[in-house]
Write a protein that binds this ligand. Structure first.
Ligand SMILES: Cc1cc2nc3c(=O)[nH]c(=O)nc-3n(C[C@H](O)[C@H](O)[C@H](O)COP(=O)(O)O)c2cc1C
Length: 185
């Protein structure tokens, strides 16, 4: 495969780093919280990652310029809502700044008052354990207190586009998963 080589020396086009990062496909989440003043916040995020199995920890990061950052910092709780393939419109809604993203959206309140969205594939209800400065983003580490999950197709984000995942035939998923989780244990 032909690869572009780019030195990140300050002269580069920021678009190229985004393009390279976009080659790594991710799922799509909406991360929510209730700020101390009662305002509900939520943003679309693909920076969500598994961090630790024991204790159960996850991480994600928010752009420091996001209006919702202060609410997440002050709340002490957040919920990760993993979107299904049918929820690209919800992803778009929560990626677009507006005063009440939750209007017309079905949800209930979970741990610490964080909104739990209807129709998602999985949820992780978390308490903020730590925040770490990471350049133009702030990284959140969450202690997972409750999980909920079902069967269905995940929404995938790859090279700036929404996609669905196709399972590969003839590859033993169990063996693969064992290999992946061996790395975490
Ligand atoms: C697929 C996708 C993934 C995103 N991932 C993140 C992310 O991990 N962190 C982040 O700060 N913004 C991310 N964004 C952008 C935010 O969703 C967007 O800036 C949003 O308006 C922030 O919410 P706020 O304006 O209410 O603070 C993502 C957007 C999309 C479409």
């Amino acid at each position: 495969m032909h690869l572009h080589h780019v030195l990140l020396d300050g002269q580069h086009d920021g678009r190229q780093l985004r393009d390279a990062l976009g080659r790594f496909p991710t799922g799509v989440t909406v991360i929510t919280t209730r700020a101390p003043d009662g305002k509900l916040e939520g943003l679309t995020a693909n920076s969500f990652a598994a961090l630790s199995l024991d204790p159960p920890l996850v991480s994600w990061s928010i752009n420091r310029r996001s209006p919702s950052m202060t609410g997440f910092q002050q709340s002490g709780h957040f919920a990760i809502n993993v979107l299904s393939a049918a929820q690209s419109a919800l992803s778009h809604r929560f990626a677009t700044p507006q005063s009440n993203k939750f209007e017309g959206v079905g949800f209930e309140l979970g741990l610490g008052g964080s909104p739990l969205l209807d129709g998602v594939l999985a949820r992780f209800e978390c308490q903020t354990q730590d925040t770490v400065e990471g350049g133009d983003h702030l990284l959140f580490v969450g202690r997972v207190h409750k999980i909920s999950y079902g069967q269905g197709e995940p929404l995938i984000f790859s090279s700036g586009r929404y996609c669905t995942a196709l399972p590969m035939r003839g590859v033993s998923a169990q063996a693969d998963l064992n290999g992946v989780w061996a790395g975490l244990g």
